[in-house]
Design a protein around this ligand. Sequence first.
Ligand code: MG
Length: 226
Amino acid sequence: MAGMKFDDPLTGGDLPVTRRPRLDRPGKIVCIGRNYREHARELGNEVPSEPLFFLKPSTSVIHDGDPIYLPEQSERVEFEGEIAVVVGSPLTRASENDAAKAIRGVVALNDVTARDLQKKDSQWTRAKGFDSFCPIGELSSDYSDLAALTVITRVNGVERQRASAAEMVFSIPFLLSYVSHVMTLEPGDIVATGTPAGVGSLTDGDVVEVEIEGLSRVSNPVRRSA
Ligand code: MG
């Protein structure tokens, strides 16, 4: 992160980690679906021939320690631990090479999903878009190889998901390039790269943690909506 400006809105530059501004309102959150074969299979879906993606609203973002609220409209809310990347410079119809260079860093992200509503609705906006349905961890750029990242999800301390980015159907640079041929990605935008196998439901009182091993972590208590 050398050379970053002191007032950088994404990281705070040289500010100590605890005083850095957080990724409170990304311009957009692009989420990739079915990007791991085993996960597509566990939900009875085929792996798509090209990336499938959707948006989560910026108002769904929460941070470490904030509660995930179970909405009254859903009987089944599930965790989806994911590796997400934060875009550092604009990408429009970018090559994979340029897309890779534009990545500012990675964040652990939980693509919380009301699975029953996702099955009921042909569009996923409601199922994926409730307030508190997008926990995001701290930004990290302390890695050398995106394909070597590992995502782990734990519920009440028990490991439920673990996968390497190398297992993705579509690589991270490919995904960014692909999305940028549809919509311009701007600095601060987040792209979540899909969840591996092992998704499961959350209930009141659970604590769910998503970690990009050694780099970014977000842990959240689960509460029934008041
Ligand atoms: Mg997902």
